[in-house]
Design a binder for this molecule. Structure first.
Ligand code: 6R9
Length: 677
């Protein structure tokens, strides 16, 4: 694996000499605006606005001038934008900062190299505890430039899409930034996905180039990532080259199409001219699950996404220059994109790349890391917190956590017990716990307790306050706006914001249908929420057939698709059920084909193998219940609502069963469920 080299200062020298006039102009502007430490209201001239709530009101009622000022201040532009926004939610049209030109990698790297080249950008917390490696901004820029030049040499152009199938590591970050530098889009695929899931994403993105590692190392276990890529690219005719980085010493089989990444990088120059990108050019695709059909490649663009990631990173977590930010999410998810990579780097921060698991080599791993790296803001998932609670407080208390100032939570609702433990045991009651609600679609955090006035209350388990520029609303089942407080409904957004996704790759129609048609004029999140008497938001969970297993989003339809491919299976219905560690677990109802005789243990083995091969391990069913038939409506639709109630043991809540084709099916399902427990 590429290690930092202390001797090359060529890039810094090049910057000082002046790489190109326009480029230096960008750097100077970046520096001067960057150092204005004060938050927006006064410095940007929002007259008469003081305090957090007034600023929030202003950001919503004067969105144009708010985002105009923030975008000019926070980003370094090659060419300033002509218009702040051209959005119409009723049409699903979202455009920000048109006419502007910029380069995201310049914003994340060069401007910091110009002012403080030796500041640490990345701390790679390798799986092997205590072997962390630091990379300065200068080193990360060099790595990025070499990679950018390499991609260019292999024909990757502006507008192409590079698939990155790597664990969280510096070369993965440099690969993302190298794409941004030359104007290619990236498509990071979570390295836990199977070869089929990877192939599907490569094909949809039509990548000519894949970047991977020989092997991954996580929790002391080896994952044969190159082998997974080999299997995937067999069904991906667009792939022309695969670059393979060496995470371990192990030599892997290389074909004519494969190239050793580090060796190739050594041939490249450390200066790489950044492409001037339009604000609305694609920065990346990221595939995520929906309630129906195949995973969708959500598209994020350059300026709006970066601005929103940077702003939320700074203000939700109270990030200050010199802090160490520890987001433990994998870069394969949006959290890794926005809060391991883009937000912190745009802010010139020091960001931790966590390669391991919360329990490796023991359940003290996170807190040992906090002590060793002096982490100030820690950002993790409730599922890990719930897991760690089980092991006891001693694993936390063993380590010095005095560096911590803020604790973040993301990915799923955080239950009160987990919130209290995080707050009391991990944070010693001195660190605000920020439960952050957002989605791949939203690009960055939309609802969180911070920023707020210093002494403002935080209610356990509540995401609470909309971020600047965010206007959440609740809708009833008829699509009417719920205006009062102390009410629940479908969570929608009434106004566009710069970080929101622009489309689904190759399927704009699906984008419109999923997010903009359910409540015309609004962006529909797919989640339900409760608004308290005080006006605070609490997320109650998905309203569609998407479930959340250990913070990983998965459509039940995707799992059913695989289960139904099993030769013994006639049909199936998959639902989520409440699981005390994972948040939700996977429960599959399976109807066998007539005449099939199979042991339940064999069926379970077969289905687990199939799901982990076709999707990923986390999507495997925890329970498989055999059923003679599934409860259906007269029009043949499976009544999942009934199945959910049975599994939640809420038989009083079964509701109206009059549309059922055959009510006896429900009784059978209830009996089968009781037997399984
Ligand atoms: C960032 C991320 C999005 C879905 C989202 C919601 C759930 C995320 C949450 C939360 C309750 C929170 N979710 N954060 N639910 N409280 N703080 O996780 O993106 O993978 O796209 O998942 O996750 O259901 O709709 P993504």
């Amino acid at each position: 694996m590429w290690l930092p080299c202390k001797c090359t200062t060529k890039y810094v020298a090049a910057i000082r000499r002046g790489v190109s006039a326009s480029f230096l102009h960008v750097l100077r502007r970046g520096r001067s605006s960057w150092n204005s430490a004060a938050f927006m209201p006064e410095s940007a001239g929002f007259e008469g606005v003081s305090g957090r709530d007034a600023l929030h009101d202003y950001s919503v009622s004067h969105g144009e001038s708010f985002w105009d000022a923030v975008a000019r201040q926070r980003l370094s532009w090659i060419r300033p934008f002509d218009a702040v926004q051209d959005c119409d939610l009723s049409q699903g049209r979202i455009k920000w900062f048109e006419g502007g030109k910029l380069n995201v990698s310049v914003n994340c790297l060069d401007r910091h190299v110009h002012t403080c080249p030796e500041r640490v950008a990345l701390i790679w917390e390798r799986d092997e505890q205590g072997s962390e490696v630091r990379y300065t901004y200068r080193e990360l820029l060099e790595m990025t430039c070499r990679l950018g030049n390499l991609l260019r040499r292999y024909g990757v152009k502006k507008g192409d899409c590079v698939t990155i199938y790597m664990p969280t590591c510096p070369l993965a970050v440099a690969s993302m930034l190298a794409c941004a530098r030359i104007g290619a889009a990236h498509n990071v695929v979570f390295a836990g996905f199977s070869s089929e899931a990877l192939a599907e994403r490569i094909r949809d993105a039509q990548s000519s180039t894949v970047i991977t590692v020989n092997q991954g190392v996580r929790g002391g276990k080896i994952a044969e990532l190159k082998r997974t890529v080999d299997a995937a690219v067999q069904s991906c005719p667009t792939v022309q080259q695969v670059f393979v980085a060496m995470r371990t010493e192990k030599q892997v089989e290389m074909t004519d199409r494969d190239f050793a990444l580090e060796e190739e990088m050594l041939k490249e120059d450390v200066v790489c001219e950044p492409a001037a990108m339009d604000s609305e050019d694609v920065l990346f695709l990221l595939y995520t699950s929906g309630s129906t059909g195949k995973p969708k490649g959500l598209v994020h663009t350059q300026a709006g996404y970066l601005l929103y990631a940077a702003l939320t990173h700074r203000y939700v977590f109270g990030y200050h220059d010199g802090d160490v930010f520890g987001c433990v999410a994998d870069i394969g998810w949006i959290t890794g994109h926005s809060y391991t990579v883009y937000g912190p780097l745009a802010n010139g921060g020091t960001t931790v790349l966590f390669e391991s698991t919360p329990v490796y080599p023991d359940p003290g791993r996170y807190w040992d890391m906090v002590e060793r790296l002096r982490i100030n803001q820690f950002y993790g998932a409730p599922t890990a917190i719930r897991l760690l609670i089980k092991y006891g407080d001693q694993w936390v208390k063993k380590y010095d956590r005095s560096s911590l100032t803020t604790l973040g939570s993301v990915g799923e609702p955080i239950n009160t017990e987990a919130w209290e433990w995080y707050n009391r045991v991990v944070g010693e009651g001195r660190c605000p716990v920020v439960d952050t609600w957002w989605q791949t679609e939203t690009g960055g955090i939309c609802i969180a307790p911070k920023p707020s006035e210093p002494d403002a209350e935080i209610v356990p388990g509540m995401a609470m306050r909309p971020f600047f520029g965010i206007k959440p609303v609740l809708m009833d089942t008829e699509g009417k706006l719920l205006t009062s407080n102390n009410t629940s409904g479908a969570l929608c957004m009434a106004q566009p914001w710069p970080g929101m996704a622009r489309t689904i790759h190759n399927n704009h129609q699906r984008f419109l249908e999923t997010y903009f048609q359910p409540y015309p004029g609004y962006f529909f999140t797919g989640d339900g929420a409760y608004r308290s008497q005080e006006g605070y938001y609490q997320i109650t969970g998905r309203l569609d057939d998407v479930i959340n297993v250990s913070g990983h989003r998965i459509g039940t339809a995707e799992i059913e698709d695989v289960v139904n491919q099993c030769s013994a299976v006639a049909e199936s219905a998959v639902i989520g059920y409440s699981h005390n560690i994972k948040g939700q677990g996977v429960y599959a109802f399976v109807v066998l084909k007539k005449g099939v005789d199979i042991q339940e243990a064999d069926l379970s083995k077969q289905l687990n193998n199939m799901v982990s091969e076709k999707i990923a391990k986390y999507a495997c069913p925890d329970f498989i219940q055999l059923a003679k038939r599934l409860p259906k409506t007269r029009s043949g639709k499976i009544m999942r609502r009934v199945l959910r109630k049975v599994v939640d043991s809420d038989l009083d809540g079964l509701g109206d069963l009059s549309t059922l084709d055959d009510p006896a099916a429900v009784q059978e399902i209830i009996e089968g469920h009781e037997k399984l427990l």
